[in-house]
Design a protein around this ligand. Sequence first.
Ligand SMILES: Nc1ncnc2c1ncn2[C@@H]1O[C@H](COP(=O)(O)OP(=O)(O)OP(=O)(O)O)[C@@H](O)[C@H]1O
Length: 497
Amino acid sequence: MAFFDKHMQGDLVGRLSQDVAEFKHTFKLVVTQGLKCATQIVFTTIHLLQVSQKLSLALLATMPFLYIAMNLYGIFLRRISKRARISDSHASAVAGEAISNIRTVRAFAAESREVDHYMDAARDASNLNSRLGFHIGVFQGMTNFSIGSMILVILAYGGNLVGRGELTGGQLMTYMISTQNAQRSLASLGVLFGQAIKALGSAARIFEYIQLKPSIIIKENALTPVDFKGDVEFKNVSFRYPTRPDQVILDRFSLHIPVGRVIALCGASGSGKSTVGQLIERFYDVGTGSVTIDGVDVRDLDPNWIREHIGYINQEPVLFATSIFENIRYGAPGATKEQVEAAARQANASDFIEGFPQGYDTVVGERGVTLSGGQKQRIAIARAILKDPKFLILDEATSALDTHSERIVQDALEKLMKNRTVLVIAHRLSTIQNADMIVVMSGEGKEGREQGNVVEMGTHSHLVKKRGAYYRLYKQLATGGGEVETMFSKMRGVFGG
Ligand SMILES: Nc1ncnc2c1ncn2[C@@H]1O[C@H](COP(=O)(O)OP(=O)(O)OP(=O)(O)O)[C@@H](O)[C@H]1O
């Protein structure tokens, strides 16, 4: 499994930036125009009170009802506006996802399916926005209706006052003219209110995210020890992902990774191998039990300090849409040109990089689409070499490269692994056999153990002698395999994953 749900994060940031920009723009407009209108209304009201108190009080008496009615309608409008914003973002996300995965879409000849998918999302967004527009129109209509009603009240009651000699005809005319000023300001406020409703829809989403509680609580006095040795221990760890609380991933899982050793973690797909890596880097907190680094619970350590000292090479290396040089330098932002080139040489990447017309300045395209799988892996290795971590987590790719690339990548990896503590999530026989210790994890209740537990642990020769789950797996590989065969499919057979 990938460490990050990058796609989700990218989408979220895009949608939030859109919301923030819209909110800022409308907020400015509403504040400046709204203040102008409100000031006009206040001055006109004072003037109206001076001309005729009785008439003004009659008008003001209707205000609380108007205020309540407008507010109730406002709440209703804000709800629709929020839903409209969500469906707008959903439609953009559907389009964005299809475009960024265009190769897969094409490979499955799924263009029309994706277009239909987008049309459905766009239709929902369009319906909700039409509904919102209709109700904003109704709201503005209601504002104009109230204004018209006010004129009627003035005419009827004012005429009555003139008849009783309490107001002159001239005063009534002045009153009417001043009321028109107030009407114009009120009408503008109605329009501004419609815009404010849309902005509040965006703001509601922004605040929802601002108020999200982080699942990883970083202590104020989190530790950043001077020295990182890299002795990692899992003690009776139970873990479930927060998004899937019913699925037990690790169940009383214990493992010691001593400094300077290479530990190979193997087991069926989905047995929790990558999760073990994520817990070391503290991307999640354990349910019960503890994970310690050099004897200190990771919950007491500053996560940045942990991640600065750990290198991680993913099954599918993630590259950024920038130059090869910057992609390698991501491992150590202050590195010089010479250091970047030296890391590339060690990672067996310099030959192919220098073969490109633009060399290290070659831009790799979004997510590195212009490079082969093996090239991407070697850039990721160069990046890790530059970072020079004491502890390395290596999530081996499940799909095999061709024999030549495989040998080059394997050689680069071996250089990277030297003099470090390594946890390798192993799919290849060669990696497993050479590890200092092999840990076999159980998957989905097979092998008489619950999911996410250790079935067997030991060196290759010890486990072969034991003739248990590992031996059965090894036998299958030895008869069917060769050095570079992935263990992925074989493990399914042995562990039922
Ligand atoms: N972010 C997540 N949210 C919820 N469940 C997850 C998440 N990541 C992984 N899982 C689930 O946790 C289980 C273990 O996943 P993990 O990636 O650790 O397995 P793995 O042994 O590394 O698999 P593979 O060999 O296929 O990479 C799987 O059932 C997976 O569906």
